[in-house]
Design a protein around this ligand. Structure first.
Ligand code: KIV
Ligand code: ZN
Length: 525
């Protein structure tokens, strides 16, 4: 569906690697997201999910940095995952020893190479930076480790020095050259220049580790791959220092859809993994985050929804199923009739034309007031509209009152409930209270109600004024409904208002029960 001739042509100009490896650093660089700290157990859970997804390497932590980090790396290594467990180390013997103690076979060593890092952080000359790095590599190699080496802040390092640095490390036997864009300053054009040259110069596999400070991490990583880099450092949800790292889900889906590259990644797990990591870390994704954001497959405007309902590819580059996400049709002021029809069909709510028009205009009105109509709102609006056309199940058939100061106020109420007449007498603090008690008693097998609000107004004054009663009742499920009645008798107006709201609650309850039966039946089919 995605494929366009132009994409196929463009591949001829690329130097794509034969295989692409995913080096996931959610548990190391991703955990450096401000405010995020994962427990050993949480790291294990994430590592297992990354392994199920199919990433090649999992950077599980920085073993020398704390007991917890050490434990996490050791534990993850002991799980015998398909993915290679990686630990980070500085060019310090004790860091490499800690990594060795975790039993890992693959180490990621780094040292700052830019003038800023050399002069301010390390206070080392260029020569010392090189000799320190070479010594570390030799030590790690002598202990049987596979070594991936990062020139930290590579992209702000003098080109000539950067290449002589990597030359020495290649000679020392590193297995992977990693190029970090530590503060995310690259652009795709700069990336192309750097990567094309490095690919031409080195036979050692090249990996990239790009940060997202200018929002270009994904574009730069893809450009690096186009130029022959065979490994991408990524994190779930693009988590990481400041604005984060290249996002696993964006790179995977772009390579799959835009480049049509076969990857050993189960893309259908991307959404659930993103959601899981978001919940564990407390870092929620913005709604417009590509691939995994809430709005990635959400449609509101009438024109788009119309297209989507005919053929989802009209306004979606990939299907939500590809990444385990789901499509959402949002109702609001841009909604068209087609969207509303499809939503109602989805919920098996059949409205006639008149009811449909009323629901449609209520949604538009809410949209104009700046509100988005949730699925629950829509169900409530549509069910109320459906209910208003039905015959009321409870009717008042008779009322008798006994008042005065020598007896407790007593009300005798006769109701017809679903065609069956019932009568009872109850007392109360006054005639209205007594009548309500009688109603509650008569309907107790049908529903339980509470009177939330009671409002009485006299229309046009005087002793023969009309009583205008407005009430709000609620049922056990928390549904609420209003009721209103006008009568020249205040007790009668009150009872009729309460019965009005009870009837509405009952109709809504019945409509939604019918609805869930229909939904269940459609799911069984
Ligand atoms: O961004 C960076 O430079 C790093 C290094 C440790 C590779 O994360
Ligand atoms: Zn980094």
């Amino acid at each position: 569906m995605y494929r366009q001739d132009i994409n196929i042509l463009k591949r001829d100009y690329m130097n794509l690697p034969e295989e692409i490896y995913f080096f996931d650093t959610t548990l190391r660089d991703g955990e450096q997201t401000p405010g995020v700290a994962l427990t050993v157990d949480e790291k294990i859970q994430i590592a297992q999910k990354l392994d199920d997804l199919g990433v090649d390497k999992i950077e599980a932590g920085f073993p020398a940095s704390s007991r917890g980090e050490f434990k996490a790396v050791k534990k993850i290594k002991s799980l015998d995952l398909d993915a290679t467990t990686v630990g980070l180390a500085r060019c310090v013997k004790s860091d490499i020893d800690s990594a060795l103690d975790t039993d890992i076979d693959y180490i990621h060593i780094f040292i700052g190479t830019s003038p800023l890092h050399r002069d301010y952080k390390l206070k080392m000359s260029k020569e010392t930076v090189i000799s320190t790095a070479v010594e570390a590599v030799e030590y790690a190699k002598d202990h049987g480790l596979c070594v991936e080496f990062s020139a930290e802040d590579a992209t702000r390092t003098e080109a000539e020095f950067l290449f002589s640095f990597y030359d020495e490390l290649v000679d020392a036997g590193i297995d992977f050259i990693n190029v970090p864009d530590t503060v995310g300053i690259l652009t795709p054009v700069m990336t192309r220049e750097l990567m094309s040259y490095m690919k031409y110069k080195y036979n050692t596999p090249i990996s990239v580790h790009f940060h997202n400070d200018f929002g270009l991490a994904t574009a730069n990583t893809l450009t690096a791959i186009e130029c022959g880099a065979c490994q991408a450092h990524v994190t779930v949800n693009g988590m990481g220092e400041r604005t984060g790292n290249s996002s696993l889900e964006e790179i995977v889906v772009a390579l799959h859809a835009a480049y049509q590259i076969d990857l050993n990644i189960d893309t259908s797990q991307l959404y659930s993994l993103s959601d899981f990591v978001g919940r564990l870390t407390g870092v929620k994704m913005p709604v417009n985050k590509p691939i995994v954001g809430d709005n990635a497959f959400a449609h509101e405007s009438g024109i788009h929804v119309h297209g989507i309902l005919k053929n989802s590819a009209t306004y979606e580059p990939i299907s939500p199923e590809l990444v385990g996400h789901s499509r959402k049709i949002i109702l609001g002021k841009h909604t068209g009739a087609n969207a509303l029809k499809s939503k109602l069909e989805e919920y098996h709510i059949d409205l006639n034309d008149n009811q449909f028009d009323k629901v449609f205009s209520q949604i538009k009105e809410l949209g104009d007031k700046g509100k988005c109509v949730t699925d629950d709102d829509l169900k409530a609006i549509a069910l109320t509209e459906l209910s208003s056309a039905r015959e009321t199940p409870i009717k008042l058939k008779g009322l008798g009152l006994l008042c005065g100061n020598i007896v407790s106020p007593t009300a005798t109420v006769k109701l017809e409930i679903d065609g069956v007449e019932k009568e009872t007498s109850e007392t109360g603090v006054g005639p209205i209270d007594a009548s309500l008690n009688a109603i509650r008693h008569l309907i107790k097998d049908t529903m339980h109600i509470e009177l939330e609000e009671y409002n009485l107004e006299a229309i046009n004054g005087g002793t023969d004024a009309l009583a205008d009663v407005f009430v709000i009742s609620s049922d056990k499920e928390g549904n609420k409904s209003t009721g209103r009645a006008i009568d020249d008798d205040v007790v009668m107006a009150s009872i009729l208002a309460v019965l009005d709201s009870i009837n509405k609650l009952l109709l809504i309850k019945r409509s939604s029960e019918e609805l869930s039966i229909k939904l269940k039946q459609s799911q069984e089919i």
